[in-house]
Design a protein around this ligand. Sequence first.
Ligand code: FPP
Ligand code: MG
Length: 338
Amino acid sequence: MAEQGTIGGFFLGSDAFTESVRASLDRVESIIIAEVESGIEAMAAVAEHLAKAGGKRFRPMFTVVAGQLGADERRGDVEIAASALELIHLATLYHDDVMDEATMRRGVPSANVQWGNQIAILAGDYLFARACGLIAKLGSEATSIVAQTFGELVTGQLQEVLGAQGERDKIEHYLTVIFGKTASLLGACGRLAGLAIRADRQVQDQLAVIGELVGMAFQIADDIIDIGSGSADSGKTPGTDLREGVLTLPMLYALEAQGEDRLNEILSSGPVADEAVVAEALGLLAVSSGMARAKEKVADYARRADEEIGKLPDSFERAAEVKTALRALVRAAVDRVR
Ligand code: FPP
Ligand code: MG
C-alpha cells in the first residue's frame, strides 16, 4: 500500500489533499490512455508505447497540484490541461529519440528502435494532434498558450541542434535551449492550471514562473543524470549527450575549469564515438568541478522556485497545502541528483 500523504514517493501533504490529487491523477491517466488508444490499431500500438511504459507524470502532477488552488468545480478543466500537456511531452519524446538516435526510454526500447523512425515521428505527430483536440475544449486562450509553447519547444530543440552560433556565450546558449525545450512546457503547466481555475492574470504569471524555474532545475538534473551521476534509475542510456556532441552544463563548466586537461581534450573533440572514451569521460565528469557547479545551479533554481512559491497569495482556500506540495515537487526534481 502507498504511504499516506505520498504519490510516487513524493510527500504531498495531508491525506485529504493527497487523495484529491491522486483522484485527479487517476482521471488524467484515464484521459491519456483513452487518447493514445484511439484511432487505427497500427497507430494505437505505437502511440500507447511510451504512455504505458510509465514515466514520472511530473507535468500532470505539477498542473494538478497548482490547480488545487481553485474551486472543486474547476477540477475537470485542470485535468484536461494536465492530460494535454503530458501528451505534448510524450510527443516531443518520440521526436527527440529519433533525433538523438536513442535506444532506450523509460526502461523500454524507444519507439524508433521498435518501429523505425518514420512510424515514431508519425506517432509523435499523432499524440500532438490528440493533445490539441483536448486543449481546444478549454478555449482559445488555452489553445494560444499551447501554440506559443509548441513554438518554444521546437525553437529550443532547433537551437540545440544548431549549437551556439558565432561568439555567443555557450552557457547562455545552453540556458536558452533548456528554457525552450523543457522550462517552457512546465511554465505552460503552471499557466494553464491558473487559467483553468480562472485565477487572475497575476497568479497565472506566478504559476508560470514557478513552472519555468522548476523546469530549468529539472532539465539540468536530467543532463546530470545522463552523465550517470544521479541517484535515480533514469530508464535511459547514459552518455547520450556525449555521443551526440551536445555540451550540457556540467561539461561547459568543466571546460571552464583549470587542470582537467584530459576531460577538456575529450569534450573539445566533438561527438564521442568510441565507447571506451565515452566511459572515460563519464567517469571524469562525475568527479569534475563542472559537475559540482552544475549541481549548485540546480539548487539555485530550486531556491528561486521556493521563493516564488512563497509569494503566491494566501487568499486561496488550500493555499498552504498547495505551497507545501509545490515545494515537495521542487525537492523531487532536485533530489534526483543529490
Ligand atoms: C529531451 O531532451 C527533449 C525535449 C524535452 C524537447 C524535444 C522537443 C522537440 C523534439 C520539438 C517539438 C516536437 C513536438 C512533437 C512538439 P534531452 O534529449 O536532453 O532529454 P532525454 O535525456 O530525455 O532524451
Ligand atoms: Mg534525448
